[in-house]
Design a protein around this ligand. Structure first.
Ligand code: ADP
Ligand code: ADP
Length: 229
């Protein structure tokens, strides 16, 4: 499993307005790290830098020890599976949506894969909580069901790194608890970075980093942070 390292990363979108002020942290290989902080702290910016939508102004980002400034966006997309807040599904079958996760933009390949045994097998072997009716259509699903399909669509690529970007923020509390349970199961032993604005949704991470205005304010386990108030 690859590790993720942010080494003194400085970034801003606009000249004269720094968003990340020399941010350093590590997600050790196979561990689960969460970044929590108020809106505007710079959390989503971290995800955008990981996919190289932008590059740091100073400092380095390393994946598996390699500076990603020399890595293509396509390779990064292959290595990092993202579960975003509002997953958009195709109004097609669940099989099609999951096949899309593996085949990408080639519609003919997706059609073929959706009918093939590999996708059906993959769905049959998903952890409990991700079992879905292959033939059901995406747009008829509830928010929680859609999120389950989105998780499966991400997992079908077997990405060594997972990025949960407010993955449960749009769900009601009950559904959120169900999906968190599922995310725990799929994240086991993978390098996982979770981004959230509420501490309760990332409580079981190995380390929680509190980001405030582009700087690390605190870090520790959930229990450490509760003790610190
Ligand atoms: P968070 O995810 O913690 O809410 P963001 O990373 O989205 O924070 O944003 C951090 C700061 O960067 C905010 O002040 C936001 O207004 C600013 N910002 C985000 N995206 C852009 C952009 N594309 N152009 C300029 N400023 C941006
Ligand atoms: P693929 O690139 O294989 O089609 P997806 O269908 O999962 O993968 O598309 C999601 C892609 O869109 C991610 O790989 C990433 O590049 C980008 N993306 C989507 N949401 C976000 C987000 N919240 N933050 C950063 N990147 C995102």
């Amino acid at each position: 499993h690859p590790s993720i390292v942010f080494d003194n990363v400085v970034f801003g979108y606009d000249p004269g307005r720094t968003i990340l002020h020399g941010l350093s942290f590590e997600v050790p290989a196979g561990s689960r790290v969460a970044i929590v902080g108020p809106s505007g702290a710079g959390k989503s910016t971290i995800g955008r830098l990981l996919f190289r939508f932008y590059d740091p102004l100073a400092g380095r980002i390393l994946i598996d020890g390699q500076d990603i400034s020399g890595v293509t966006q396509a390779s990064l997309r292959a290595a990092i599976g993202i579960v975003p807040q509002d997953s958009v599904l195709f109004n097609d079958t669940i099989g099609y949506n999951i096949a899309y996760g593996r085949e990408g933009a080639d519609a003919a390949a997706v059609e073929e894969a959706a009918r093939g045994a590999a996708i059906a097998d993959f769905i049959a072997r998903l952890p409990q909580g991700l079992d879905t009716e292959v033939g059901e259509r995406g747009l008829k699903l509830s928010g929680g069901e859609k999120q389950r399909v989105a998780i499966a669509r991400t997992l079908v690529k077997n990405p060594p790194i997972l990025l949960f970007d407010e993955a449960t923020s749009a769900l009601d509390t009950r559904t959120e608890q169900d999906i968190l349970h599922t995310l725990r199961a799929v994240a086991a032993n993978r390098t996982t970075l979770s981004i959230a604005h509420r501490l309760s949704t990332i409580a079981d991470s190995d380390v929680i980093l509190v980001l405030d205005q582009g700087r690390l304010a605190e870090q520790g386990s959930h229990a450490d942070l509760l003790r610190a108030g």
